[in-house]
Design a protein around this ligand. Structure first.
Ligand SMILES: Nc1ncnc2c1ncn2[C@@H]1O[C@H](COP(=O)(O)OP(=O)(O)OP(=O)(O)O)[C@@H](O)[C@H]1O
Ligand SMILES: [Mg+2]
Length: 457
């Protein structure tokens, strides 16, 4: 059902006439003869109203249109307001625009045309306002975590409970499960929300540079090294998000542990001890317990970071989230890109999606939905579309090492190996790029390289 238009004018014949015109244009109207009714009606009807057509003159001793407009804007309503003016009152209309009116119309014989044009301008305007609100929310870092399944409810409850506690949190989950989203939500839910949230991807920074990146560097007159602020510094009063924590050398882990325990550190080339007030949130998709057993991760750092642990289950274990997540991403993409259809998923499509393995989890689902939106001709998604788009046809066939021989496991291994080799070839040995191209974490790629003893750059 389309939204309604509020007509506020003291003359019944004008209201009827405008309502008629609106009806011809396929819109329905709500009417009032009093300007002081405008604000209460807008508050009562909320989202059901698309705009207000407002007369300025309501007769002697009555609240006027101008006052109604000011009250509306003072109460924070951004609803479009179009002023209805009589002949020759352009001056008053201009004043109304200054007071926050969106547009004005003359009540004359052409009203049908001008009203039609105004309606479409207002629809456009409403869209812009909505997009604006979304962008502002995003700027504040408030991103919606979608999830109705029991495990996601528990994650949300944990965020509420742990957010305000000034202790480290370790966020665990496979790639693409939403670890960074959860880390930001923890920050937003803490008294530090107005402070900085500083992410560091430990896997993306070469071991040798990590110290300088995190702790900064003192200026050095002898070798000309400039002063550099570190991320610990930058996160003062806020949260430092150590992403992919499983990828640091053990020696460096010791330094991090010290910084966390004593809330202080020294800059590279520095002698002074810097004190900061930083909360640490760490995340990883690797198995830290195994890394501890292998001696690759320090147990004492683990104990420090895992004061509390949030485990995000993989998408395949939360079928209930499939429909709301798919709709969420479809809606977002539809709003983001003009002209793209709003996808609808049939029950069959959702069932097929729930049955898929989603190794890339929510990120893979998001990409999948966006790919669908740009490629399908019919916005109604059926199970057959899911089958056609989920696994790009050809990938499995064209890349096999020699998939025709050996046991199933051998063939899978050969395929995996060739994917890694090709990605490294394409990236000229750059592991990070190769991992990205394969939608793997750096850590996962590194293990595959070791497993297959691939010669890598
Ligand atoms: N529950 C959710 N609701 C809405 N969006 C989500 C949800 N979970 C993940 N996303 C979205 O999926 C994408 C991947 O999430 P995010 O980057 O937080 O995952 P990650 O676990 O940090 O991935 P990686 O291990 O690859 O670093 C982002 O675009 C994020 O906004
Ligand atoms: Mg991440």
């Amino acid at each position: 059902m389309s939204k309604r238009v509020l007509i506020a004018d003291d003359q019944a014949e004008v209201r009827e006439w405008v309502a008629d015109v609106l009806r011809d244009l396929g819109r329905s109207a709500v009417e009032t003869s009093r300007a002081d009714e405008v604000l209460p009606l807008v508050e009562e009807m909320g989202e059901a109203l698309s705009m207000v057509l407002l007369d300025l003159d309501f007769g002697q001793d009555q609240v006027g249109g101008m006052e109604a407009l000011k009250r509306l804007r003072a109460a924070g309503h951004q609803l479009p307001v179009v002023i209805l003016t009589g002949k020759g009152s352009v001056r008053a209309a201009v004043d109304a625009l200054k007071a926050g009116a969106t547009d004005f119309l003359e009540k004359d014989a052409h009203v049908e045309d001008t009203l039609a044009a105004a309606l479409s301008r207002m629809d456009q305007y409403a869209k812009v306002v909505k997009e604006n609100q979304r962008l502002r929310a995003e700027l504040r870092g408030v991103k919606e975590i979608v999830g109705e399944s029991e495990p996601m409810r528990q994650v949300l409850a944990q965020i509420e409970r742990l957010g305000p506690v000034p202790r480290p949190v370790l966020v665990l989950g496979e790639r693409g499960t939403g670890k960074e989203l959860v880390a930001r939500a923890l920050h937003d839910n803490s008294p530090r929300a107005s402070g900085p949230f500083v992410p560091v991807n430990c896997a993306a920074i070469a071991e040798g540079l990590l110290e300088c990146e995190l702790f900064g560097q003192e200026e050095n007159a002898f070798d000309g090294a400039p002063f550099k602020e570190g991320r610990f510094d930058r996160a003062d009063g806020g949260t430092l998000f150590l992403d992919e924590i499983g990828n640091m050398g053990t020696e460096f882990q010791q330094k991090i542990l010290r910084a966390i325990e004593y809330k202080s550190f020294e800059r590279v080339q520095g002698t002074e001890t810097i004190h900061v007030d930083v909360r640490i949130i760490a995340a990883t998709n690797s198995d830290l317990q195994e890394a501890i057993r292998e001696g690759a991760f320090r147990a004492d750092l683990y104990d420090r970071l895992a004061f509390d642990t949030v485990r995000i289950p993989p998408l395949r274990e939360r079928g209930q989230d499939m429909a709301p997540l798919a709709r969420h991403f479809a809606q977002r993409f539809h709003e983001e890109v003009a002209g793209l259809p709003l996808l609808e998923f049939t029950e069959g499509a959702l069932a097929a999606m729930r049955a898929a393995p989603w190794p890339g989890n929510v990120r893979e689902l998001k990409n999948f939905v966006e790919r669908l939106a740009t490629r399908v001709t019919d916005a109604r998604i059926e199970a057959s579309d899911v089958a056609a788009f989920l696994q790009p046809v050809g990938v499995a066939r064209s890349h096999g090492g020699d998939p025709g021989v050996g046991s199933f496991a051998d063939r899978v291994a050969a395929f995996e190996r060739s994917l890694v080799e090709r990605a490294l070839e394409a990236s000229e040995g750059n592991r990070r790029q190769a991992a990205e191209a394969l939608d793997l974490s750096y850590d996962q790629l590194r293990r595959l390289i070791a497993k297959y003893e691939v010669e890598a750059g």
